[in-house]
Design a protein around this ligand. Structure first.
Ligand code: UDX
Length: 433
């Protein structure tokens, strides 16, 4: 099939590359000229495991193309995926201008029947508004709108796309459902769950999915904070409740809170949508507030050890919002660094992928290192913010010997407190001693 993709962010590029790899002819459109020039040269503007290889391979096979020409994009595909950004507005609601701009371009420039599939995360009601906009712009347009939310995790997006748990589509007609089935024919397996529903239900499913996961994280963080007070161990509490098949062990890792491009933005957006309808979602508002507080959960522990942080130097391990990505959007490292700078501490940082992004924000205010060992040397403690695998089996005994004071503030509970104490560290986790 011929498929156009509008938007070459995480979602658009992963979708484009993976669909090309399934044998479709894919044209990716972005209004950012520099990005398109980079992509044409095989340069991927962010770090996502496996994506560069997939792009290079499919460009080589003449199945994946890039352009800035929206008219060309509107004409090329029988199916057009709308994967443009939906950033937060000041009131937390989703800014939908880019989504509607694509709908307008497709209405203006395309000929004959086309299926415009919204993959960007958009509030319930958006597909309906897109369809209305298309008819307003071009009353003869044969463009039909559908919704097909993505459930990709950054750092695992290529695998998630090619091995989905489920495909949810919101459609107006059987014809559009059949076309989407053809798009995904290469992924179809007897066990793959495929739900066909209406526009609003499909759009809402995405928000409900992310809201549930974010709530699960804020819940376990809340329990961890209570564990801290009563001397219980959150890792074992998580294990215990995860044994209940109704709860499941996933997304029960307590720590310094969630970040990223999705959970924070989507929770705020669904709260704003509810508010527009005259309903206040107290639960989801609180999930967001708890998470903001949780990002700084290590600070009182650091202040307990060092009431005065002036003249103290601390190493931060991990800056991205989670491992296997260079994305620092809403990462708790940002909150921690800002607070520590306010208290006058000197900060050394290390991350395998996100250093360049952090440099853009903090410039010369902090010190950058290209190994965890170098960042920790001569410091008064290590703050582990992101649980990259390379931190798990690191030689802490050796590193401890190069530090001024052996303190470990483990924001993701990855270390064994007993072992750390054995090798002379003072250990602080989240919800465990
Ligand atoms: C999420 C959803 O998982 C995905 O389905 C959706 O399409 C986009 O949003 P992503 O933001 O890439 O994906 O990351 P995810 O792996 O879900 O983690 C989000 C955040 O939650 C990270 O900051 C992570 O550290 C945190 N987290 C996750 C926890 O704090 N505890 C957990 O148990 C799980």
């Amino acid at each position: 099939m011929k498929i156009s993709i509008f938007g070459t962010g995480y979602v658009g590029l992963v979708t484009g590359a993976c669909l090309a790899n399934l044998g479709h002819n894919v044209l990716c459109i972005d209004i950012d000229e520099n990005k398109i020039i980079q992509l044409k040269n095989g340069v991927v503007p962010f770090y996502e495991p496996g994506l560069k290889e997939l792009i290079t391979k499919n460009m080589g096979r003449n199945r994946l193309f890039f352009s800035t020409d929206c008219q060309e994009g509107a004409n090329f595909g029988e199916v057009i995926f709308n994967c443009v950004g939906t950033p937060s507005k000041e009131d937390g609601s989703a800014k939908l201008d880019y989504v509607f701009n694509v709908a307008k371009d497709v209405a203006r420039y395309s000929q004959g029947y086309k299926l415009l599939i919204n993959k960007s995360t958009v509030p319930p009601g958006t597909a309906r508004k897109c369809q209305k906009t298309i008819i307003e712009i071009n009353p003869n347009s044969e463009v039909e709108v559908a919704s097909n939310p993505e459930f990709l995790k950054e750092g695992n997006a290529v695998h998630d796309f090619t091995h989905p748990d489920k495909i949810i589509i919101g459609v107006k007609s059987d014809k559009s459902a059949e076309i989407i089935k053809q798009v995904y024919a290469g992924l179809m397996r007897p066990y793959l769950k495929f739900l066909v529903t209406n526009w609003e239900t499909s759009e809402m499913s995405k928000y409900a999915n992310n809201s549930f996961l974010a709530t699960k994280i804020s819940f376990i963080n809340e329990i961890a904070n209570i564990c801290d007070l009563v001397g219980a161990d959150i890792k074992e509490v998580s294990q215990a409740i995860g044994m209940d098949y109704r709860i499941s062990p996933k997304f029960l890792n307590a720590g310094t809170g969630y970040g990223g491009s999705c959970f924070p933005k989507d929770i705020k957006a669904i709260c704003a949508t509810a508010k527009e309808q005259g309903y206040r979602s107290k639960l989801l508002e609180e999930v967001h507030q708890l998470n903001e507080r949780q990002k700084l959960v290590l600070l009182p522990k650091i202040n307990f050890v060092y009431p005065d942080l002036k003249e103290k130097k601390l190493a931060i391990w991990g800056l991205s919002f989670k491992p296997k990505t260079d994305d620092i959007r809403d990462s708790c490292s940002l909150s921690v660094i800002k607070e520590l700078l306010k208290s006058g501490a000197k900060i050394n940082v290390y991350d395998p992928e996100a250093i360049d992004n952090i440099k853009e924000i903090f410039g010369e205010q902090i010190n950058y290192f290209n190994s965890p060992e170098a960042a920790a040397k001569g410091t008064d403690g290590i703050i582990l913010v992101t649980e990259w695998d390379e931190f798990r089996n690191i030689n802490l005994k050796g590193i401890g010997e190069t530090m001024l004071a052996k303190k470990m503030f483990d924001g993701r509970n990855i270390y064994n407190p007993n072992y750390l104490r054995e090798i002379g560290f003072e250990y602080f986790g989240v919800g465990r001693k």
